[in-house]
Design a protein. Structure first.
Length: 254
């Protein structure tokens, strides 16, 4: 993302009417996501084929996990901190109905191919509480580090070939979270989003959730997550990929 855009975003956040009613708070959570995978990708380095994750590689989804921990404080000028980790890995076997080219490797039609997709990532989010009462609003910036990729292997003519497309990069994202606490009930509804759009790339990660928090701080949460990447060229990758599904989590707030 261009430098002047980041400066404008930071200035806007620092200029907002920040609330500081929380002296010190710690919250955490973790759970499981059942996600579906769809879309296409192409390796731009070697004039690769546009490959369909479902039809060509039989990568249609699996179960993943995630956790997060956050710290909030009452110092208005300093941002609050949230760290989150998501594991999104899946593997498959497919028999190709056509020739594909991936990482400079030609996989001919009829090949039995073993595939792995890893979109795991680590988030570091700095944010401010713009509203902090029954209606909560947080605004900030996330640095997301992907550390996975796509790999395919096949054996033909007594030779094993392997194609790898690494997805190891860090990208800045705008962050926003809204939450409504239903009075005297422990129930809440919430949604948050990470988003970036620049240089032919549009990416968002959306969560919608409903939860119940008991008086002693432990709670349960269920919801829906959708992650969409539409990129013309990011780390030599052209992609239009969606991962979405339902999740359930245990949450804690102190």
């Amino acid at each position: 993302m261009k430098t002047h855009t980041l400066i404008i975003m930071l200035f806007a956040l620092l200029s907002a009417p920040l609330q500081a009613s929380t002296l010190l708070g710690i919250y955490a959570g973790g759970g499981s996501i059942d996600f579906d995978t769809s879309g296409t990708f192409r390796d731009l380095n070697d004039n690769g084929t546009t490959i369909d994750l479902e039809e060509d590689l039989n990568l249609s989804g699996d179960a993943g996990t995630y956790w997060y921990i956050g710290i909030e404080h009452g110092i208005p000028i300093l941002p609050n901190l949230k760290v989150a980790r998501t594991e999104m890995e899946q593997s498959s076997a497919s028999r190709l109905s056509r020739n594909i080219v991936f990482d400079g490797v030609i996989f001919p039609a009829g090949s039995q191919v073993m595939n792995e997709l890893d979109l795991s990532h680590l988030d570091l989010t700095l944010y401010y509480e713009v509203l902090d009462n029954w209606l909560n609003l947080d605004l900030g910036i996330t640095a997301r580090k992907f550390d996975g990729g796509i790999q395919s292997q096949a054996t033909y003519f007594n030779t094993r070939v392997t194609a790898v497309l690494d997805m190891e990069f860090t990208t800045p994202l705008l962050y926003a979270k809204g939450q409504i606490d239903l009075p005297l009930s422990g129930l809440y509804v919430a949604g948050d989003i990470n988003w970036a759009g620049y240089d032919g790339t549009n990416f968002y990660d959306l969560w919608a959730k409903v939860g119940y928090l008991f008086k002693f701080g432990l709670g349960l949460e269920v919801g829906y997550r959708k992650m969409q990447l539409d990129a013309d060229d990011i780390e030599d990758l052209e992609a239009d990929v969606t991962m979405d599904g339902n999740y359930a989590a245990v949450v804690f707030s102190f």
